[in-house]
Design a protein. Structure first.
Length: 94
C-alpha cells in the first residue's frame, strides 16, 4: 500500500499528489457539512408543514365561529368565507 502511494507520487510528482490529497480532504469535509444542512432543511420543512396545518385548522375554526355568531344574532353569514373553506378537510389529529 505504501509502496503504491510512493510510486504514484514518483510518477505524477509531489505537487499533483498533494493537490489530489487536498481535493479528497475538501470533498469529505463538504460531504459532511452538506449532510448536516440537508438534515436541518428537512426538519424545517416538517415544521413548516405543521404550521400550515395549524393555519388551516384556525381558518376552519374562524369560519365555524363566524357561522355560529351569525346564527346566534340572526345576522347574514359571510357566505364568501364559508364558500372559500368548503371542501377542505380538517387537518387536526385529535
Amino acid at each position: 500500500m505504501v509502496g503504491d502511494i510512493l510510486s504514484f507520487v514518483e510518477q505524477v510528482g509531489i505537487p499533483v499528489a498533494s493537490a489530489l490529497a487536498v481535493g479528497c480532504f475538501l470533498f469529505i469535509i463538504l460531504k459532511f457539512l452538506l449532510a448536516q444542512v440537508t438534515d436541518r432543511i428537512s426538519g424545517i420543512a416538517n415544521s413548516l408543514l405543521s404550521l400550515e396545518n395549524k393555519v388551516d385548522v384556525m381558518n376552519n375554526d374562524i369560519v365555524k365561529i363566524d357561522a355560529q355568531f351569525s346564527c346566534a344574532f340572526n345576522c347574514e353569514p359571510n357566505l364568501d368565507r364559508i364558500c372559500a373553506s368548503e371542501g377542505k378537510e380538517d387537518c387536526r389529529d385529535d
